[in-house]
Design a protein around this ligand. Structure first.
Ligand code: F6P
Length: 319
């Protein structure tokens, strides 16, 4: 293989640029030509493709977002759209494609691979919801953004002796909420993977208040429901003044942490190695700090699970 492409797809995440940089630099180091596809699969179908050189990825390792932009594409979900994409790749003489994104993006990469065009997936999403890897690119940065917010909310919660609900992203996964709740010392962590009786949440808040707790913080994963609806229910049930903060898209931005930059560099480089070996239809990941790779269909059959030990610990430490 002498000519490869790279694109970013789905929700962007801090560290995607570090991954793009690693793909381009690794490819050129090994005498491959590398082309950047702009605007994800939509741009691919439209032929929005430019050759990249060492300078194309200068001074981006520290930048959030993605210099290749990202988009979600309904048309690409069709056979015709996928064929349009392959026609464009063939027109540019590109022989393999690296897709940096989440599981939805990997499903698109699998479709291209099934049609004979080799793709490699690099897990880039803040949600950390892809089985086959302990961590996805962007999760650590987003987690630290959330913690910064939790610490700030804690100050005002104390001043006003209030209960605060902080709604975080994660789509249908609870990793951001679980890790942020544990690191932020939350009284309750509500995640889609663990249904919790509302009465238990209320009892815990009341017990804390009765033993003199000045405030309570509840971290709610968006996959459980609306923070504002929960806040209303909790204030009515506990008669404790309750406020809600929905962190929203700040969780998707910011300069990537060192952890995410190193993870992105390692995964991006590994993806080039797999393509060079003509090993398509796979994703790269990290497990116990070792680089691994799995066939896409192994990934799709497994559901990402939360860390049970951490979840139990969060219960014990928030008595
Ligand atoms: O997948 C990343 C993510 O930020 C999710 O946590 C969130 O639910 C979703 O993207 C938001 O999607 P969009 O950027 O299309 O609004």
């Amino acid at each position: 293989m002498k000519r490869i492409g790279v694109l970013t797809s789905g929700g962007d995440s801090p560290g995607m640029n570090a991954a793009i940089r690693a793909v381009v630099r690794k490819a050129i180091f090994h005498d491959l030509e590398v082309f950047g596809v702009k605007n994800g699969y939509q741009g691919l179908m439209e032929g929005n493709i430019v050759q990249m050189d060492l300078g194309s990825v200068g001074d981006i390792i520290q930048r959030g977002g993605t210099i290749l932009f990202s988009a979600r594409s309904e048309e690409f979900k069709t056979d015709a759209g996928q064929q349009r994409a392959i026609d464009q790749l063939n027109k540019f003489g590109i022989e393999g494609l690296i897709v940096i994104g989440g599981d939805g993006s990997f499903r698109g990469a699998q479709k291209l691979t099934d049609k004979g065009f080799p793709c490699i997936g690099v897990p880039g999403t803040i949600d950390n919801d892809i089985s086959g890897t302990d961590f996805t690119i962007g999760f650590d940065t987003s987690l630290n953004t959330i913690i910064e917010a939790v610490d700030k909310v804690r100050d005002t919660a104390t001043s006003h002796e209030r209960t605060y609900i902080i709604e975080v992203m994660g789509r249908n996964a609870g990793d951001l909420a679980l890790w942020a709740g544990l690191a932020g010392g939350a009284e309750s962590i509500l995640i889609p993977e663990k249904k919790e009786d509302f009465s238990d949440i209320v009892d815990r808040l009341k017990r804390g208040h009765d033993r003199g707790k000045k405030h309570s913080i509840i971290v709610l994963a968006e996959g459980v429901g609306s923070g504002f609806e929960y806040g209303d229910k909790i204030e009515k049930a506990t008669q404790l003044e309750t406020r809600v903060t929905v962190l929203g898209y700040i969780q998707r931005g910011g300069s990537p942490t060192a952890t995410d930059r190193v993870l992105a560099s390692r995964l991006g480089a590994k993806a080039v190695e797999l393509l060079k070996a003509n090993d398509g239809g796979r994703m790269v990941g990290i497990q116990n700090n070792q680089l691994v790779d799995y066939a896409f269909d192994e990934v799709f059959t497994e559901n990402h699970t939360i860390n049970e030990e951490m979840y139990q610990l969060s219960k014990e430490l928030s008595i």
